[in-house]
Design a protein around this ligand. Sequence first.
Ligand code: SF4
Ligand code: SF4
Length: 98
Amino acid sequence: MSRSPAMTPGNPAEQDAACRPGCGACCIAPSISSPIPGMPGGKPAGVRCVQLDEHNLCRLFGDPVRPAVCRDFTFDVDVCGSERHDALERITLLETLT
Ligand code: SF4
Ligand code: SF4
């Protein structure tokens, strides 16, 4: 199985503006209402997706069963910040505001 960052592949040429491999914050902090293999009802905010592996990479990357919401989520420095902790905090805050 190919391994990739949780949401979007990191681009080594644009490390300060790209998804950080092994971050996985967007697979833990937000709620996801779409069915996920292994989580048919989606997942609540703050719960680790069962498809996030021990390296914080998505097991379903490139697989058509990966939820569309995951495929559509792209790195945004305003959300992802400069480190994993930023992303966890910011996404958690966004969850409480929406
Ligand atoms: S929170 Fe941002 S940096 Fe972290 S895995 Fe998701 S898209 Fe990548
Ligand atoms: S399916 Fe993959 S990309 Fe989507 S939340 Fe789970 S680990 Fe993250």
